[in-house]
Design a protein around this ligand. Structure first.
Ligand SMILES: C[S@@+](CC[C@H](N)C(=O)[O-])C[C@H]1O[C@@H](n2cnc3c(N)ncnc32)[C@H](O)[C@@H]1O
Length: 323
């Protein structure tokens, strides 16, 4: 069986601290093989209380991923590889990587300069949040059911695109559509440009520098989607060190988390086709959204982990909304 490490999608705000280890009193033998180093790394994740949730949800998966990448070994290697002894140079490389991850608290994805949404791989660095969106399951499994003819979708937009990951998922899902990808951060757009090029989508994905829709021509879209910054500012302050490595403007949604969402909904109203839909991912803000936008009758989409944190709004509701 291969050692398969494809980091799953996560919420933006579900940091998970690795619990401290139980003391056994025994002194551990020096690690020699890759398997020894994996056990050693997991113990260090526990000892240092590193926070997970950006790349993987458990120390084993993240440690294995980092070891394989550091040693330039395939992620789908066979378990027999765990018996391989590490060379002196490899040990130094692994020690260095573990130090940066566990003592300096740099997220694994920034160390390896990559992140996955399902099978799709994206370049990432500190200029963008690490992709972990529920749209990974919503786009392929549920979106089509809300559209009169998915094959005829012509224009879609990803507002707050960051690394461009969701714009790219949309472009793959709607192969005939033009995709706009909006972000206010020029740094994020530079990263998105690399990803659009890597996915050979320059012909269909257009990057736009804009505060929500302010600088975007008024065209009508079939699908308007966003995974905006939605953490209440005070919550951002309390996030663990690993999350402070991500751009603050990718997380901070203002005092109650709803600043960008309010603007987004007001501007989306004039840009949606009569048959179109708006989708927003909002983390833990469901109740706040229902309270703030009762007239929109938000439909909460089902997600596999039950967090149901993506809402959908149809065009007639949005047009009738007086907000
Ligand atoms: C949570 S990240 C989402 C990135 C990406 N869509 C994803 O799912 O990984 C939010 C993004 O919104 C951008 N952003 C923040 N304020 C914005 C604004 N007023 N207008 C447009 N983009 C904004 C940030 O730069 C950041 O890249």
């Amino acid at each position: 069986m291969p050692i398969k490490v494809v980091p799953p999608a996560k919420t933006k705000s579900a940091p998970r601290r690795v619990p401290a280890p139980k003391k056994t009193g025994k002194k551990a033998a020096e690690p020699v093989t890759l398997g020894d180093w994996l056990k050693h790394a997991i113990k260090r994740y526990h000892k240092t209380g590193a926070t997970l949730g950006q790349v993987a949800t458990n120390a084993h998966d993240e440690a294995l991923y980092l070891l394989l990448r550091t040693l330039a070994m395939p992620l789908d290697s066979k378990p027999a590889l765990l018996r391989r002894k590490l060379t002196g140079a490899e040990v130094m490389a692994v020690e260095h990587m573990l130090h940066r991850r566990l003592e300096e608290r740099i997220p694994a994805a920034y160390l390896t300069r990559e992140a996955f949404l399902g099978e799709y791989r994206f370049y990432v660095d500190e200029r963008v949040i690490i992709p972990r969106s529920y749209f990974l399951e919503i786009i392929p499994q549920q979106l089509d059911a809300w559209l009169p003819d998915p094959a005829k979708v012509k224009r879609v937009v990803d507002v707050c695109t960051g690394s461009g990951c969701l714009a790219i998922l949309l472009a793959h899902h709607f192969p005939k559509a033009k995709v706009d990808a909006i972000d206010l951060s020029p740094d994020a757009l530079d990263v998105a440009r690399m990803n659009v090029r890597n996915h050979k989508l320059q012909g269909r994905v257009k990057l736009r520098h804009s505060d929500v829709f302010d600088a975007v021509p008024k065209v009508k879209y079939d699908v308007i989607l966003s995974n905006p910054p939605y953490e209440p500012s005070a919550h951002c302050e309390r996030l663990p060190a690993e999350f402070h490595r991500e751009p603050r403007m990718a997380l901070d949604g203002g005092e109650d988390g709803l600043d960008i969402i309010r603007k987004f909904l007001r501007q989306a109203r004039d840009r949606l086709q009569p048959h179109g839909v708006v989708l927003i991912e909002v983390g833990g803000l469901q109740a706040a959204m229902d309270r703030e936008f009762p007239g929109l009758d938000l439909y909460w989409m089902h997600t596999a982990d039950g967090s149901n944190c993506v809402c959908l709004i149809q065009a007639d509701r949005l047009r009738a909304w007086k907000g």
